[in-house]
Design a protein around this ligand. Structure first.
Ligand code: ATP
Ligand code: MG
Length: 259
C-alpha cells in the first residue's frame, strides 16, 4: 500500500463560500503530514471531510485505496481513521481508563448479547480491552491517573487521553487537530516525542498545528492552505522558505515571529 490516505481534488462549499478549493493530498503509512495555514483557511473543514462529518461537493477521498467519500463518520472510524478535536472532546465525568476503553469499542466486533449474557467471547474481549487500555496508559504516562475523571486533568493530560482513546481503536490513520494548542513547553516536547513514536508504528498521521517549531521539527511533508487553496506543498525546509507562504502569514494575525 503506497498511500494510507488519498485526497483528490476535493472542494467543500458553505452557502457559496469556498471553504476547501480543489485540494490534493496523499499520506503514506508512517508519515507525519502537516497541514498549516492562517485561521479560517479551511484546515478543520478538510479534516471534517476526511472523517465524514462533511461530504465534499467535489473530489474523492480514499482510505487504503477504498473510496470513503461521504461515508458516515462511525463507519470511517471503524475502518481505522481516528481523530482528536481542536476543542477537546472527552467524557469529562468518566475516568481516564474509561475514556480510553470507549475508544477500544469503536472497533470491537462485540454484539450486544455478548455483553448481556457474559459469553466467553465477551469475557475474552474485555480482557483484551483492559490489556490494551493498560498498555496505552503506560505509553502516555497516564497510569497514575487511571481512575481520575478526565475533567479534573490538566490540559496536557486531557490531550493525551484523547489521543490514547483514538489509538485504542487501532487506527492506521490518526488525524490530530492542533494537538499542542494550550500546552506549555514541556508538555509540547513530550507530545512531540509521543507523536513521533506513534508514526514509528507505521500509523499515518495528519496534523494541523500552529506551533511552527513543532511542525517544522516533526513533520515529513506539509501542505499550506490559505482561503481553502493549496499555496505550497513540500518538505518542511521547502515550505518554510517559500515566498508564497511567508506572504500568507505576514498578511494574517497568525504570525508571531518577528522577522
Ligand atoms: N459548518 C459551517 N458552516 C458555514 N461555514 C463554515 C462551517 N464550518 C467552517 N466554516 C467556514 O469555513 C472556513 C474555514 O473554517 P475552518 O474551521 O476549516 O478553518 P481552520 O483553518 O480550521 O481555522 P482555525 O485555524 O481558526 O481553526 C471559515 O470561513 C469558516 O467560517
Ligand atoms: Mg481549525
Amino acid at each position: 500500500m503506497k498511500y494510507v490516505l488519498e485526497i483528490d481534488n476535493v472542494s467543500k462549499f458553505f452557502h457559496g463560500l469556498v471553504a476547501i478549493d480543489d485540494l490534493t493530498i496523499k499520506v503514506k503509512p508512517g508519515q507525519i503530514y502537516g497541514i498549516i495555514g492562517p485561521n479560517g483557511a479551511g484546515k478543520t473543514t478538510l479534516f471534517n471531510c476526511v472523517t465524514g462529518i462533511y461530504t465534499p461537493e467535489q473530489g474523492t477521498i480514499k482510505y487504503k485505496g477504498e473510496d470513503i467519500t461521504g461515508m458516515q463518520p462511525h463507519k470511517i472510524a471503524q475502518k481505522g481513521v481516528l481523530r482528536t478535536f481542536q476543542n477537546i472532546r472527552l467524557f469529562s465525568d468518566m475516568s481516564v481508563a474509561e475514556n480510553i476503553m470507549a475508544g477500544y469499542h469503536t472497533k470491537s466486533k462485540q454484539k450486544w448479547y455478548h455483553a448481556i449474557f457474559h459469553t466467553p467471547a465477551y469475557k475474552k474481549d474485555e480482557k483484551a480491552a483492559w490489556k490494551k487500555v493498560e498498555e496505552l496508559m503506560e505509553f502516555f504516562n497516564l497510569t497514575h491517573l487511571a481512575t481520575n475523571p478526565t475533567g479534573d486533568l490538566s490540559y496536557g493530560n486531557q490531550r493525551k487521553v484523547e489521543m490514547a482513546r483514538a489509538l485504542a481503536a487501532n487506527p492506521e490513520l490518526l488525524i490530530l487537530d492542533e494537538p499542542a494548542a494550550g500546552l506549555n513547553e514541556n508538555e509540547t516536547i513530550e507530545l512531540t516525542e509521543i507523536i513521533r513514536k506513534i508514526s514509528q508504528m507505521d500509523i499515518g498521521i495528519m496534523m494541523i498545528e500552529h506551533d511552527m517549531e513543532m511542525v517544522m521539527s516533526l513533520t515529513d511533508y506539509i501542505t499550506v492552505i490559505n482561503f481553502g487553496k493549496e499555496i505550497s506543498q513540500g518538505e518542511p525546509n521547502f515550505v518554510q522558505n517559500d515566498p508564497r507562504v511567508i506572504e500568507a502569514y505576514i498578511g494574517s494575525d497568525d504570525d508571531e515571529e518577528d522577522e
